[in-house]
Ligand binder design. Sequence first.
Ligand code: RIB
Length: 306
Amino acid sequence: MKDIVVIGSLNMDLVMQAARLPKLGETVLCNENYKMIPGGKGANQAVAVAKLGGKSIFVGRRGNDSFGTTLASNLKKSNVITNYLTIDKKSPTGMALVMIDKNGDNSILVSAGANRECCKKDIDKVIPVLAKASILVVQLEIPFEIVSYAISLANKYNVPVLLDAGPARKLPNNIFKKIDIISPNETETEILIGVKIKNIETAKIAAKKFLNLGVKTVILKLGEKGALLATGKEIHYVKGIKVKTVDTTAAGDAFTGALAVGYAQGKSLLESVSYANYVGALTVTKLGAQSSVPTKKEVEIFMKKK
Ligand code: RIB
């Protein structure tokens, strides 16, 4: 299998679990002590790629601090290639405050730190690898200018681009035609194109809108309801898999990593989405971001049981 290049963020997640999330101006006590767990959308996706058997190359920026060291060694432990992880001398490593309620749903605040300093030079270092990669995976947790630069380079070398559109923000219309696969969740879809997904019919409307903007393949992550896959030729709804939810953090990242691996292995789009759906479901059964991403073996066992 050829390399999968993931360009994006890495954060130390400060995870707090409580019965419910605080309202504005309110203080809520947690049930347990906080935990520090490696996270960041880019790093989570790179770890998912590696744990699922892909050759994962991560490109990002961390601070020159202990969180940065821990995150880098966790990436290495997960078999992610970290040669393109730059150490920023001024900014701290990115950090996220992840608040989880009793249903496993979360609210996340991110302090970008070194992620914000990602620059074109960081991306240029990986060009020889990117030019021969099977797919480029990007998200929106580093400056958009850099994401856009990476996408243009991938286009130049005919490397397909998978955009995981979190954290969502309005994007310029001209970016969509440069994207081969977009995989937003319901919230991200509403921010990106203004369509509120309430059911499968509205999901189909949203997918069409992305296709009309120039994206080649749309994969809408519908949480416990599963996923919708749409191209100019086919449209499929893949049902959600019932599990006991502990924490939904990084389920979308694991889903995206699984999609990239499926693509790199030459699976059909539908096979890849169906596999990613199992990976996402298994991820919500454990606490934390990178700690909850399953291995290839764990997914195989889970798929046999379901
Ligand atoms: O997608 C989950 C991730 O979002 C967390 O790990 C947190 O770091 C934020 O980037």
